[in-house]
Unconditional design. Structure first.
Length: 128
């Protein structure tokens, strides 16, 4: 299996999901080949929950990474699970049309470009 997918599956094991029990892991590869991981972290007030994809992107950004090649997202579901709308927006804002690999622990993967999962995104071009 792809090392980026393996990193997302490993990150999933660190998820804090006592309310939904829906554990997700993400791994994003920057332009230098470094891999940044994240997991979902829930809160009793579910609106404060943070998704794995956003954790991974924000970790990378906070350490100076600015260009990204691809992201892997792993959840324990029959069909690989795509990112939610909020994560699609964050991925578009900071990563552009990157490769998105969806995976589950059974070895099932699907690969997309973000533009196919997020057509007509809102970005800075609308406010400049």
């Amino acid at each position: 299996m792809d090392a980026l997918v393996d990193a997302a599956l490993e990150a999933r094991s660190h998820a804090y999901a006592p309310y939904s029990e829906f554990q997700v892991g993400a791994a994003i590869e920057d332009s230098d080949g470094r891999v940044w991981t994240g997991c979902n972290i829930e809160n009793a007030t579910l609106g404060l929950t943070v998704c794995a994809e956003r954790v991974a992107v924000f970790k990378a950004l906070s350490e100076g990474a600015r260009k990204f090649k691809r992201v892997a997202i792993a959840a324990h579901t029959e069909r690989p699970t795509p990112p939610c709308g909020a994560c699609r927006q964050i991925l578009w804002e900071f990563c552009g049309d990157i490769e998105v690999i969806l995976a589950n622990p059974h070895g099932v993967t699907e690969t997309f470009h973000l533009k196919d999962l997020f057509p007509r995104p809102f970005d800075a071009s609308f406010i400049r």
